[in-house]
Design a protein around this ligand. Structure first.
Ligand code: SF4
Length: 208
């Protein structure tokens, strides 16, 4: 909780929320890359402007493209369960965004030029949020945020950082839906996030 001197006055909006809203208004009409041609909605990202942890995925899927919200399809529902079950958090407690803010056709991975066009928006989101930890969901998010081509086996479990903020790399929930055998590893990764944040273990938490 903010100390009284730093708290927003009643009725005054949080300055980070204001800055995020201004950035969102800038991004919504974006045509910087070819993904704008087939999108229905830009998916800017959402969550608490005071989030301690920022989750970063790859790009919107079909449901996200229709709703304009990140991680609301089946993978998002699994992410919600991970948040509650492993961290004791609701989605409104964290912030969720993607490397690319428009859906690649057919859910293909974003191409290099599309990532290069969109990544500055995410970097500005990170600058505004200044979370205490970042969780990269999957290889595409991790490699592009960190500027590396290293595979997941080299990125998971490592002490990584972006702009001085600790980064934990774990599996994308969509991958976990296809291959639940990696849930245990995801659980271990989220425990690392809890330790970084100084959060207690969630009693009775299991990777199920
Ligand atoms: S993916 Fe990013 S850079 Fe490309 S059009 Fe959408 S918002 Fe703009």
């Amino acid at each position: 909780m903010l100390p009284p001197a730093a708290a927003a006055a009643p009725g005054a909006e949080d300055p980070t929320a204001q800055a995020l809203a201004a950035l969102r208004a800038e991004v919504l009409p974006c045509t910087r890359c070819k993904l704008h041609r087939e999108r229905n909605q830009v998916v800017f990202g959402e969550g608490s402007p005071n989030a301690e942890v920022l989750f970063i995925g790859e790009a919107p899927g079909a449901v996200e493209d229709q709703t304009g919200r990140p991680f609301v399809g089946p993978a998002g529902q699994l992410l919600d369960r991970i948040l509650v079950g492993a961290m004791g958090l609701q989605r409104s407690d964290v912030y969720i965004a993607n490397i690319n803010k428009c859906r690649p056709p057919g859910n293909r991975a974003p191409e290099a030029d599309e990532v290069a066009a969109c990544l500055p928006y995410l970097r500005r989101q990170v600058d505004l949020l200044r979370p205490r930890a970042i969780v990269c969901l999957g290889r595409t998010a991790a490699q592009n945020l960190l500027g590396t081509t290293e595979p997941m086996r080299n990125l998971r479990g490592r002490d990584l950082a972006y702009a001085g903020i600790p980064v934990v790399v774990t599996w994308h929930p969509a991958y976990l839906l296809r291959d639940p055998s990696h849930k245990r590893e995801t659980w271990e990764d989220i425990k690392r996030v809890n330790r970084l944040l100084g959060r207690p273990e969630v009693p009775g938490a299991t990777p199920g």
